[in-house]
Write a protein that binds this ligand. Structure first.
Ligand code: ZN
Length: 239
């Protein structure tokens, strides 16, 4: 899963859905646990209750001043400054020690892209091509764009790009792939439901899931905390 973005209601709904499906051995979190939403500390704490690994995202770094918010748009920067004030020393320590890249068997895990783990958005075939040789494993998992999709590399020709919708299965075969499971806490593909995927090691399949959550509850908290309205309203549309 990727981009929880301090959205506790969305994160809890995803965890509930995971439990209903029989649970997972480990959560692979692709960064941006915090930023934008109203519950940064609670999201870090809840993630910590699960067996998990997590890479650093741009918002995770910005919240602890490891990255300059001058590169953020104004609402994102405002939310980042608010987030920074909410974090405990323990939260800061957790975020400060997140690695940029994690290898898990056949998978490389990064937030943005293999060549630029913090910043690059992988949304086009051209960008995926430029990253082809930048990871050594067969598969790569990314977040950052909050758009569920899969890039499939084929020998001797350009890679292909396919969006992933609810219930769609990606079979792990011979082709190298980059998979984005979409965003938990701030989906941006026009579907406001939280997005994540489950990898089944036995069937070698990655299945995308969308989960409805109490968007209004998150929005209420954001308004109460004075977080920027564009960030509040976009949750209704998943954009
Ligand atoms: Zn993000």
């Amino acid at each position: 899963m990727a981009d929880i973005h301090s959205n506790l209601a969305a994160f809890q709904s995803v965890l509930g859905d995971v439990a209903v499906r029989g649970g997972v051995a480990e959560i692979w979190c692709l960064g941006d646990v915090v930023g934008y939403g109203p519950d940064p500390g609670q999201c870090i704490e809840l993630l910590g209750q699960y067996e998990h690994v997590c890479v650093a995202g741009n918002h995770d770094w910005a919240a602890i001043n490891k990255l300059d918010t001058a590169y953020f748009n104004p609402p994102a920067a405002a939310a980042c400054h608010w987030t920074a004030q909410q974090l405990t020393d323990e939260d800061r320590d957790y975020l400060a020690h997140l690695p940029l890249t994690i290898k898990k068997g056949d998978f490389t895990l990064v937030h943005g892209s293999p060549r630029e783990p913090i910043w690059e958005y992988l949304l086009s075939v051209g960008e995926a091509e430029e990253n082809r040789a930048r990871f050594k494993t067969k598969f790569c998992l990314v977040g950052h764009s909050h758009v569920p999709l899969v890039f499939k590399y084929s020998e001797g020709s350009r890679c292909s790009l396919s969006p992933l919708s609810d219930g769609e299965e990606v079979v792990l075969g011979e082709a190298r792939l980059i998979i984005n499971p979409g965003g938990v806490g701030q989906p941006r593909d026009g579907d406001p439901r939280a997005s994540y995927a489950i990898y089944d090691e036995e069937t070698r399949m990655v299945t995308l899931h969308r989960v409805a959550y109490d968007i209004k509850a998150t929005q209420k908290k954001m308004i109460k905390q004075g977080l920027p309205m564009p960030l509040v309203t976009r949750l209704s549309y998943g954009m």
